[in-house]
Ligand binder design. Structure first.
Ligand SMILES: Nc1ncnc2c1ncn2[C@@H]1O[C@H](COP(=O)(O)OP(=O)(O)OP(=O)(O)O)[C@@H](O)[C@H]1O
Ligand SMILES: [Mg+2]
Length: 321
C-alpha cells in the first residue's frame, strides 16, 4: 500500500483553481521532492494531505487513512511542517514539544524519550528551556521540525523545510532528512532543484496547479542529456531578440537573462542542431541589425528542464521521466 495516494485532487478558492485534478502516489520509505514555482499549488496540496483543509473534489489517502473522513488518524500518523510555523511563541521549547506530543497521542511513559530524541535529531537540546519567540528563525524552524517528528510518524510532510535558513542550517536539514530516510516516507516542497538533487531521487513538479512532471532525477538527467544551453549578448532589445530565437528551429526554450543595459538571452537546443540553430539565430538577429556576442555553450542541466516546464512558453506536458 502506498504511503501517499492522491487521485484527481482539485482545490478551488472561489473562482481560482489552486490545484487542478492532480494524481500521484508515494511509496512507503520514498523521499520525494515536490517542486514548483510560487503559487504552483504546493502548500495547498500539502495542507489537504495533512487534513488541514478540505479539497473541492478528488480523494487522497495518507498512511492508509482518508484525509477527508479520517483526519484524526491522518494527523496521528503524519508529521507536518507548515510553511509558516505556527509555534506558540511564548512557550519554552521542551514544554511546547511536551504539549504537542501529548496532543498527538504519544503515551505518557514514552513522551520524554520521544521528545529527547527529536530534540537531539534537530540539534535543539541546547535551547530546550528557551522561549520559542526569542529564538532565531533557523532555530524556530528546527523546533518546527522536532514538532513534526516527535510522535515518530510514518509519513513526514514538510513545506519548504529550508526556507529562510542559512547555508549551514540548510545542510543540517538535508542531513536530518537523509538520516530519517528509510524509516519514514517524506514528501517535501521546495523551489530549488540543487537541493532536491542532494536529498532524493524522485521529483514531482507542479505548475499552475497541475502535475508537469513525475519521475526520477536520473530520468530528468537523461532527458536533458541531448540538450545544450546557449547564452549570448546582443545589441537588440530583449523582446524582438527573443522572437528571433524562438523562430529558429530546434530551439526548445528561450529566456531573457538581462540584468542592466545589455540584453542577455539563453536558449536550449538539441546538441545535434547546435551549429545550425546558432547560425540561424545569428542570421535572424543580423537581419534586424542586431549582433550575437559573447556566445557561451554548455551542457543543459536538470534545472533547465524545470525552467522549461514551469516558465517555458510551451504548454507544460505530463510525462513520466
Ligand atoms: N486561502 C486562499 N485563498 C485564496 N487563494 C489562495 C489561498 N491559498 C492559496 N491561494 C492561491 O492558490 C494558488 C496556489 O497557492 P499555494 O500557496 O498552494 O502555492 P505554493 O506552490 O505553495 O507557492 P509558494 O511557493 O509561493 O509557497 C495561488 O494562486 C494562491 O494565490
Ligand atoms: Mg507554499
Amino acid at each position: 500500500m502506498p504511503a501517499i495516494e492522491v487521485h484527481d485532487l482539485t482545490k478551488r478558492y472561489g473562482a481560482r483553481t489552486a490545484v487542478d485534478t492532480i494524481s500521484f502516489t508515494v511509496d512507503e520509505g520514498e523521499i520525494v521532492g515536490f517542486l514548483g514555482p510560487n503559487g504552483a499549488g504546493k502548500t495547498t496540496t500539502l495542507r489537504v494531505l495533512t487534513s488541514f483543509q478540505p479539497a473541492s473534489s478528488g480523494s487522497a489517502r495518507v498512511a492508509g487513512y482518508d484525509v477527508f473522513s479520517q483526519g484524526v488518524q491522518v494527523r496521528e500518523n503524519t508529521g507536518y511542517l507548515p510553511e509558516s510555523t505556527p509555534l506558540y511563541t511564548e512557550m519554552r521549547v521542551f514544554k511546547y514539544l511536551w504539549y504537542r506530543a501529548t496532543l498527538k497521542g504519544v503515551a505518557r511513559r514514552e513522551r520524554r524519550a520521544f521528545i529527547e530524541s527529536a530534540m537531539e535529531r534537530c540539534d535543539i537540546v541546547d535551547v530546550r528551556d528557551r522561549i520559542i519567540g526569542h529564538l532565531s528563525k533557523g532555530y524556530r524552524q528546527r523546533v518546527g521540525l522536532a514538532d513534526a517528528l516527535v510522535h515518530r510518524p510514518r509519513v513526514l510532510i514538510l513545506d519548504e523545510p529550508t526556507a529562510g535558513l542559512d547555508p549551514n542550517q540548510v545542510r543540517d536539514v538535508r542531513d536530518l532528512i537523509k538520516e530519517i530516510a528509510g524509516e519514514t516516507t517524506i514528501l517535501f516542497s521546495t523551489h530549488t532543484i540543487p537541493w532536491v538533487e542532494q536529498v532524493c531521487e524522485r521529483v514531482i513538479v507542479i505548475n499552475r496547479g497541475r502535475i508537469a512532471l513525475d519521475g526520477t532525477l536520473s530520468g530528468m538527467r537523461e532527458r536533458v542529456a541531448p540538450w545544450a544551453r546557449v547564452e549570448f549578448r546582443t545589441s537588440m532589445d530583449a523582446r524582438p531578440a527573443l522572437d528571433v530565437v524562438h523562430a529558429a528551429p530546434s530551439v526548445i526554450f528561450a529566456e531573457n537573462l538581462t540584468v542592466g543595459e545589455r540584453t542577455m538571452l539563453r536558449y536550449l537546443t538539441e546538441k545535434s542542431n547546435l551549429a545550425r540553430s546558432r547560425e540561424l539565430v545569428a542570421a535572424g538577429l543580423a537581419s534586424s541589425g542586431g549582433t550575437m556576442e559573447d556566445v557561451k555553450v554548455v551542457d543543459a542541466v536538470v534545472e533547465d528542464l524545470f525552467t522549461k516546464l514551469t516558465r517555458g512558453s510551451e504548454q507544460a506536458v505530463e510525462v513520466r521521466a
